[in-house]
Design a protein around this ligand. Structure first.
Ligand code: PMT
Length: 343
């Protein structure tokens, strides 16, 4: 397995080769049918649509999978942002790692705010014969707020949830969803907050059964996952407004890596976040207007977004991230109108 030292031996898959050699997930057709229907509905009702990807992908080491590698992400960024996009009037396709946090239910995560802890038996009844359950008074205000929004979103049909586990599920699903969303032209936004594996084990190289121990150390050579932003930007959804994320642990790498991604893929924004500061600080990196291919460092601009959690501990930085993106996306839509009026 490639760790701190990397060999040059592993293959680099192009996206075409990847999809020609790796099988689609069994649920793909069913998911695509749901996405088609959802996109048609939003088109008819004139809503903007955002695809939010959230959570980490896994890389299985065996076909009958017992062991896998995982990417770090609880799904907080994605699930929180999805709620703010819904609030801003967007329809949301929420593509997330199975069992990671989801919009609305995230407020009652089993580890930070367990569901059972805010319920009680009705105090007017004998607990041994209790037939009614009540919500603790301290929890009511928030629950009413969350439940009201959740029910309204369900009635409006503006949230579609899709699930992935492996990096293979993610890549197939992202391609299919983006192809369906391309019908929306500039009205679609991509918010790629998922933490996607950079290396994978092609199916053809996987052991069928559980890898046995007892033969000393384990050596696995992994291949590189194709950089999926490239075909996403250049082929699958040419008009979409694409926001990718960059997670780093060395703060000095954040801006150079974000600029590098923009120069390589030509999309609209990279949001850089440092692992330990991501809850209160992010940086938006984007090309200055009219930057073309071959751009240099001066052709990009950065704007930092910070919140003061000491002053306001309830504040979620995703509220401000989403507000900024909604504004930029609208400008992007209007710019196209201006361009077509000029031609
Ligand atoms: O969920 P939380 O716990 O709140 O954490 C949120 C987060 C820190 C994971 C999130 O804010 C974040 O930074 N996500 C991106 C993590 C990252 O840096 O991923 P990456 O370097 O693997 O990918 C960078 C971008 O390229 C991503 O937008 C990804 O969608 C894209 N990518 C990655 C791999 C690949 N093969 N193709 C891609 O297009």
């Amino acid at each position: 397995m490639a760790t701190s030292s990397q060999s040059e031996g592993g293959a680099t898959f192009s996206a075409e080769r990847y999809f020609a050699t790796q099988p689609p997930p069994a649920s793909l057709e069913h998911d695509v049918a749901r996405v088609k229907e959802f996109v048609q509905r939003q088109l008819k009702e004139g809503r903007k649509v955002v695809l939010v990807t959230s959570g980490g992908t896994t890389v299985p080491l065996e076909l009958n999978v017992v062991r896998f590698l995982d990417n770090f992400s609880a799904g907080t960024r994605g699930s929180t942002s999805a709620e703010y996009f819904l609030k801003a009037g967007y329809a949301v396709i929420f593509m997330h790692r199975q069992f990671s946090l989801q919009p609305f239910s995230r407020h009652y995560s089993h580890s930070t705010h367990p569901f059972l802890d805010f319920l009680d038996f009705d105090p007017s009844e004998d607990p041994s014969e209790a037939s009614h359950i009540v919500v603790r008074p301290s929890e009511r205000t928030q629950l009413v707020e969350v439940l009201t929004t959740y029910k309204a979103v369900q009635r409006a049909g503006t949230l579609l949830t899709l699930t992935f586990v492996t990096v293979n599920d993610y890549l197939w699903l992202l391609r299919a969803v983006s192809q369906e969303m391309s019908l929306l032209g500039r009205s679609c936004l991509y918010y790629l907050a998922a933490a996607v594996s950079d290396f994978f084990l092609p199916r053809q190289k996987m052991s069928e059964h559980k890898i046995q121990s007892g033969k000393g150390s384990l050596h696995i050579e992994m291949d590189q996952v194709p950089k999926i932003l490239k075909p996403l930007v250049q082929e699958w959804t040419r008009e979409g407004y694409i926001v990718s994320f960059k997670l780093e642990t060395d703060p000095d790498l954040l801006i150079p890596k974000a600029r590098q991604a923009l120069a390589r893929y030509g999309h609209q924004v990279v949001i850089g976040n440092d692992l330990h500061r991501r809850k209160f600080e992010v940086v938006f990196v984007s090309p200055k207007p009219k930057v073309s291919a071959g751009a240099s460092a001066e052709d990009y601009e950065e704007s930092w977004l910070r919140i003061d959690l000491a002053q306001n501990p309830q504040k979620e930085i995703e509220e401000d991230i989403v507000a900024e993106l909604v504004k930029r996306h609208q400008q992007w839509i209007e710019a196209a109108g201006t361009q077509s009026a000029l031609t």
